[in-house]
Design a protein around this ligand. Sequence first.
Ligand code: URA
Length: 235
Amino acid sequence: MRLDKFLSNSGKGSRKDIKQLLKSGIVTVNGKPSKDPALHINEEHDHIMIGDTPVIYKKYIYLMLNKPQGYVSAVYDKRLPVVTELVPKEYAHFEVFPVGRLDIDTEGLLILTNDGDLTHRVLSPKSHVDKTYYVRTAVPLKQTDAEEFKNGVVLDDGYKTMPAVLEICENPDECLLTIKEGKFHQVKRMMEAVGNKVIYLKRIKMGALRLDSSLNTGQIRELTEEEVILLEEKE
Ligand code: URA
């Protein structure tokens, strides 16, 4: 990888900043000052420093998005806006993709990353990562719905869902629903299976990771290392 690309990928500024940085002569590669932006370096083995500070290479990035309605959970769509359009420029070179899908009209917690292994582990049907949704329904929910979800309901295609936890809120048109799977339109189809209809859907938790309540819809922030671990944890 070129030295200027390495510095840019490590978040050391814009192309212009990096040009200046190199020109100033404070960048060293294995102890030797280097001003050459095109110098080929090995990001795994070479030791790059800016002054006295080592530059730690970041291979993977993990972003939390509070997804707004109207965006497709994809990196490309012929007609509609996609969630990766919301990624700030500083992360563009990581080429992130969404970990799973939320429907176009669903809001809330969506992780974007370039870590394919983590994505695979989280989405694997065997991993049973809990996903919690805040749901508003067309008609009030009943305690019998909670029993049905606990035992599994049969969806329109004959599939029987795994046990899910329904917590009805004080207002019975609202609930929290925790499921362990991610079938197509699963929450909407589960509500239909008990004669109800979703009118608003927001994911608020994945694994043990909660949506940051200070993130407005459409906002993105990087996960901390601890939060990346929480994503795969059970509570
Ligand atoms: N279930 C749904 O029906 N839609 C989503 O976006 C997520 C879960």
